[in-house]
Write a protein that binds this ligand. Structure first.
Ligand code: RB5
Length: 146
C-alpha cells in the first residue's frame, strides 16, 4: 500500500517510528515532512498529506502532531478526507469500519509509541463495513448535503 505521512516538529519522532514500522510491513511511505526539529506549522503538512490521499496518490494517510487534533482539523477541510484522531486500536478499528476513515492522526504528547503503532496496525487491517454506514459516510460530504 502507498501511505502518505506527515508531522510537525512535535510529532516528528512519532512520525519517524511509524514510518519505519510501515516500511518494515512492506508499505511504500510518501513522507511529506517535516524533516527537522525546527518549529513549524502543522496545517502545512496536514494539507500536503490530505492532498495526496484525495488525489489517489496514496491509499491512506498518517499524521502526527502534539495532540493529533490540529492535524485532523486541517485534513478534514478537504472534502474527500475523513481524518480521525486515534488513541488506541478500538478507535482505529471502528473508524475504519463505520466512518471509512482515510487518515489516522496521532498525538505524540498524548499517545505512546507502542499504542500508536497498535492503532496504526488495526487501522490498516480493518476494511470499511459499508452497508448501513455507506449513506452515513456519504452525508459527511458537502455535495450530499446540497
Ligand atoms: C505544536 O506546539 C502543537 O500546537 C501542535 O503539534 C498540535 O498539537 C496542534 O494541534
Amino acid at each position: 500500500m502507498i501511505i502518505a505521512i506527515g508531522s510537525d516538529h512535535a510529532g516528528l519522532p512519532l512520525k519517524r517510528s511509524l514510518a519505519s514500522a510501515l516500511e518494515a510491513m512492506g508499505h511504500q511511505v510518501l513522507d511529506a515532512g517535516t524533516h527537522g526539529p525546527e518549529s513549524c506549522d502543522y496545517p502545512d503538512f496536514a494539507h500536503a498529506v490530505a492532498a495526496k490521499v484525495a488525489a489517489g496518490e496514496a491509499a491512506l494517510g498518517v499524521l502526527a502532531c502534539g495532540t493529533g487534533i490540529g492535524m485532523a482539523m486541517a485534513a478534514n477541510r478537504h472534502p474527500a478526507i475523513r481524518a480521525a484522531v486515534l488513541h488506541g486500536p478500538t478507535e482505529a478499528r471502528l473508524t475504519r469500519q463505520h466512518n471509512d476513515a482515510n487518515i489516522a492522526c496521532f498525538g505524540a504528547r498524548t499517545t505512546g509509541e507502542e499504542v500508536a503503532l497498535d492503532a496504526l496496525r488495526a487501522f490498516l487491517a480493518t476494511p470499511f463495513e459499508g452497508g448501513r454506514h455507506r449513506p452515513r459516510v456519504d452525508k459527511l460530504s458537502p455535495v450530499a448535503l446540497a
